[in-house]
Design a protein around this ligand. Structure first.
Ligand SMILES: NC(=O)c1ccc[n+]([C@@H]2O[C@H](COP(=O)([O-])OP(=O)(O)OC[C@H]3O[C@@H](n4cnc5c(N)ncnc54)[C@H](O)[C@@H]3O)[C@@H](O)[C@H]2O)c1
Length: 452
């Protein structure tokens, strides 16, 4: 099929590349000129395992194209995906300005009726807004005599469907290629069938296609993210209780995870969730509920607990070193909001670094993939942060090591090397990566989450 993907970010680029990999003809559109010219040169703007190879291969064989010109993309496509950002607006709701700007352009430049697919995470009712925006533009074109009545009527056959994306950064290509499910919300049977056909190569082993009405599809995405965020916040609350009563949250985690009704995923205690999705989607769901007259008590608590978790972890450091950190140096391992990505959006590392440097501390940081992103953008205005190409080099003269992101390369470090380099052998582990007894034996002072 001929597809256009508007918005070439984490979701758009992965979607475009994976559809191209299945033999579709895909044009990825973005307003970011540099991103598009880099992609044409084979420079991939984000780190996502496996992505570079399929982008480069499909670009080379001509199944994947890049452009800043949406007109060109619309001319050559039957299905148009909207995959632009939906950041948090001032009142907590999802800001739809980018989605609706794309809808406006589709209405302005569509030359044959297309199926418009909302892939961005959007509040219930957005498909109606997208439809109305496109219709307004078509009416303008008719009024201005840019198109005649027959063309207008033909173009009005366009449709809008909802297809929320469930991929996770760090494993996005894999998730897209082998999805747990593909959710489509559509009113028209023909659109549903087209999408089913498009996704068929990804769901060959068994049926993973879930068709539903548009509003349910829109809400499904928020419900999924809020559920996962709830598991994390629940576990972080349990961690605090465990620590207060003298239990070990690591034991409790294994104890409850073994129950198949609960499962092991998303019950790791830590420094709280971050990233481009959970924080804004939990907030947006709260707004959706309030606007609909429902008081979302659990959803509100999930966000509150998450914010407190960073403070709780920070307090462990302040309780040990005092409120003034003048003259103190900390080695910080892991900057990205989670492993296997360079994404720094809402990363807990940002809050931790801000709070420590505000109190006079110096930071020596290392991350396998996110250092450029941190240095050039997210942490560029924070003084007293130095970056190192090697995790061990951060430890020289440091008063303690703080582990923030659980990259695999941090799992089994050379503890003797660490001890040799640190000024004092102290570790604050925000992801409970090590065994307390072992570190004690090696002479470390080891602080973790949910353990006294
Ligand atoms: N990142 C994830 O893990 C993830 C997972 C599932 C769903 N989502 C949702 O998918 C959507 C996109 O997220 P993302 O992380 O890919 O965002 P992103 O910020 O990485 O990418 C968005 C892209 O859209 C481009 N853009 C903005 N306005 C445009 C326009 N008018 N025309 C063309 N391009 C335009 C931007 O330049 C940018 O490259 C969001 O709604 C997000 O909530 C994200």
């Amino acid at each position: 099929m001929k597809l256009a993907i508007v918005g070439t970010g984490y979701v758009g680029l992965v979607t475009g590349a994976c559809f191209a990999q299945m033999g579709n003809n895909v044009i990825c559109v973005d307003i970011d000129q540099k991103k598009i010219s880099d992609l044409k040169k084979g420079i991939i703007p984000i780190y996502e395992p496996g992505l570079e190879e399929i982008v480069k291969n499909n670009f080379k064989i001509g199944t994947l194209h890049f452009t800043t010109d949406i007109k060109e993309a619309l001319k050559n496509s039957e299905i148009v995906f909207i995959a632009v950002g939906t950041p948090q607006g001032e009142d907590g709701s999802a800001d739809l300005q980018y989605v609706l700007a794309v809808a406006e352009e589709i209405g302005k430049y569509m030359v044959h009726p297309v199926i418009v697919v909302d892939k961005s995470t959007v509040p219930v009712g957005t498909a109606d807004k997208v439809r109305a925006t496109i219709t307004d533009q078509l009416k303008k074109r008719l009024k201005n005599k840019d198109i005649d009545k027959a063309t207008f009527e033909k173009l009005m056959e366009f449709d809008v469907v909802s297809n929320p994306e469930f991929l996770k950064e760090g494993d996005a290509v894999n998730d897209f290629m082998k999805p747990d499910r593909v959710v489509i919300g559509a009113d028209k049977k023909e659109s549903m069938e087209r999408l089913k056909e498009l996704y068929a190569p990804f769901t060959r082993s068994h049926e993973r296609f879930i068709g539903m009405d548009i509003k349910s599809a829109e809400l499904t995405k928020y419900a999924a993210n809020a559920m996962l965020a709830t598991k994390i916040s629940f576990m972080n609350e349990m961690a605090k209780i465990a620590e207060a009563v003298g239990a070990d949250i690591n034991m409790v985690r294994v104890g409850i995870g073994s129950d198949s009704r609960i499962g092991y995923s998303f019950i790791y205690p830590g420094v709280g969730y971050g990233g481009s999705c959970f924080p804004k989607d939990v907030k947006a769901l709260e707004k959706i509920a309030l606007d609909a007259g429902v008081d979302p008590k659990i959803v509100k608590a999930v966000e509150e607990v998450n914010k407190e978790q960073r403070v709780y972890f920070l307090n462990k450091i302040l309780n040990r070193f005092g409120n003034s950190l003048e003259g103190k140096t900390f080695a910080l391992w892991g900057l990205s909001f989670k492993p296997e990505t360079d994404d720094m959006r809402e990363a807990p590392s940002i809050t931790i670094i801000q709070e420590l440097t505000k109190r006079g501390a110096r930071i020596r940081a290392y991350d396998p993939k996110a250092m450029e992103e941190a240095k050039n953008f997210w942490l560029k205005d924070i003084e007293n942060v130095e970056y190192f190409d090697n995790k061990y080099d951060t430890l020289n003269e440091a008063d303690a090591m703080i582990l923030v992101t659980e990259w695999k390369e941090f799992r089994s470090p050379d503890f003797m090397e660490m001890k040799k380099r640190l000024k004092s052998p102290i570790i604050f582990d925000g992801r409970n990566q090590y065994k307390k007894e072992k570190l004690k034996e090696l002479g470390f002072e080891y602080h973790q989450v949910g353990v006294r």
